[in-house]
Design a protein around this ligand. Structure first.
Ligand SMILES: CC(C)(COP(=O)(O)OP(=O)(O)OC[C@H]1O[C@@H](n2cnc3c(N)ncnc32)[C@H](O)[C@@H]1OP(=O)(O)O)[C@@H](O)C(=O)NCCC(=O)NCCS
Length: 382
């Protein structure tokens, strides 16, 4: 046989092995394009190793028959110190569960680990741990969508925490072909998209909120002019990160706040008898979106009448009761006495005095972080 015939026979043998493992399902044009983007063509040397059961089978076979493998296909063998050592090196990642190590090795060799961005024993273990966390979280959150442990577990599982990668960064999107070969939703649909939509996507409350004297609602286009005087005021802007703003800048800021976002930034306007007197923000953040950061301003001519306090109390209620937050914080320039006094009036605790950490308007200044936990807030309501 000539070289072409040899390599044709190799490709055909690999394809037969692939179909025996995966079944024969059609690849769409989108599937081909996806696979070309995330995988590379297998080399003849790699194909020979596959047929000997020493390297994983292809992850996909394109509709024109080309076998495709991860870009790092074969690199684990180098890390392991040679293809002959690969299996022992691989299963050693499960020292207490050799049966699991063997199962994972077989899954790896089958080429079917296509859900992972990087196929390695470390990533396989992380994926397994994160999915177990997501499962436990979903059970808790179906019972109580505000369960703090459930929110922490799900936040870590989906989005990760610091050095712990979440499924969002571990899992690839996968293809329509994968839905046929594995049945049902892809891993990413099941463990990232669905739990994020069900539990980690904030839904707005029923607006407006009402307090004794105020009506609180989201920003609207008609508020474009209400903040112009306040933002032109040097004293008002002095302890904010932003400098004073001109009328066009204020209108643009208000316009941006009326745009739909991902629901994690909640900007509110407080009205009294149809006049805007204050505004507040609540930003949902942290693991499982279970922490909120609150911010506030009162129109200078309405200061000193308790409007900021009244609006902030409503925002704390919104955060704890509607969004199920576990903790709400306020960060402020340590020179902002009025803001610190407002935190104290709200019963927030000064937890942190950061020295010289805050870059504001050309200088380093100290900052405070105040915080309130849900149970502390509940005790206040009793
Ligand atoms: C921070 C800021 C919102 C605080 O405003 P404020 O006017 O002090 O707060 P309030 O609207 O809650 O008013 C409280 C004052 O009204 C008084 N008051 C009157 N009626 C009241 C009522 N029904 N309930 C509560 N307080 C009342 C309080 O005694 C308090 O007065 P005091 O400061 O003399 O003790 C305001 O200074 C501001 O907008 N600053 C510029 C922007 C800014 O720095 N934002 C914060 C960034 S971290």
């Amino acid at each position: 046989m000539g070289d072409d015939a040899l390599s044709g026979a190799l490709v055909a043998a690999v394809r037969d092995r692939f179909v025996a493992v995966n079944g024969d399902h059609p690849m769409t044009d989108e599937d081909d394009a996806y696979v070309r983007k995330h995988f590379v063509e297998a080399t003849p040397a790699a194909m020979e190793q596959m047929l000997d059961g020493r390297l994983p089978l292809p992850s996909y076979v394109l509709s024109d028959g080309t076998p495709m493998v991860p870009a790092a296909h074969g690199e684990l063998a180098e890390v392991a110190g040679g293809v002959d050592r690969l299996r022992d090196w691989f299963v050693a990642f499960w020292p207490d569960r050799p049966d699991v190590g063997e199962q994972e090795w077989q899954a790896y060799l089958s080429g079917q680990y296509v859900c992972l961005r990087d196929v390695s024993p470390v990533r396989i273990r992380q994926k397994t741990e994160r999915i177990a966390e997501a499962e436990a979280a979903i059970a808790l959150l179906r019972h109580d969508p505000h369960d703090p442990v459930g929110r922490g577990l799900l936040g870590q599982a989906v989005d990760g925490v610091l050095a712990v990668p979440g499924l969002d960064s571990i899992l690839l999107p996968m293809t329509a072909y994968d839905r046929l070969r594995f049945g049902g939703p892809t891993s990413r649909e099941r463990w990232v998209d669905a739990p994020r939509a069900e539990f980690l996507t904030p839904t707005p409350p029923v607006w407006p909120l009402r307090t004794e004297r105020l009506l609180l609602r989201p920003f609207e286009q008609r508020d474009r002019d209400a903040f112009i005087d306040a933002w032109a005021d040097e004293t008002y802007a002095s302890l904010l990160l932003t400098r004073t703003m001109n009328a066009s800048e204020v209108r643009e800021m208000v316009r941006r706040r009326t745009e739909p976002g991902d629901g994690t930034f909640i900007g509110l306007v407080a009205e009294r008898e149809g006049e805007v007197v204050a505004d507040s923000i609540l930003v949902l953040q942290g693991t499982g979106l279970s922490e909120g950061e609150i911010g506030w301003t009162v129109m200078p001519r309405h200061a000193g009448r308790g409007y900021a306090t009244e609006a902030a109390r409503a925002v704390l209620r919104l955060g704890f009761e509607h969004y199920g937050l576990r903790r709400i914080v306020a960060n402020l320039d340590a020179r902002n006495d009025r803001s610190a006094a407002l935190c104290e009036r709200l019963g927030m605790r000064r937890e942190v005095h950061r020295m010289g950490d805050f870059w504001s308007k050309g200088r380093w200044t100290d900052s405070y972080e105040y915080a309130l936990l849900r149970e502390e807030w509940q005790a206040q309501q009793a």
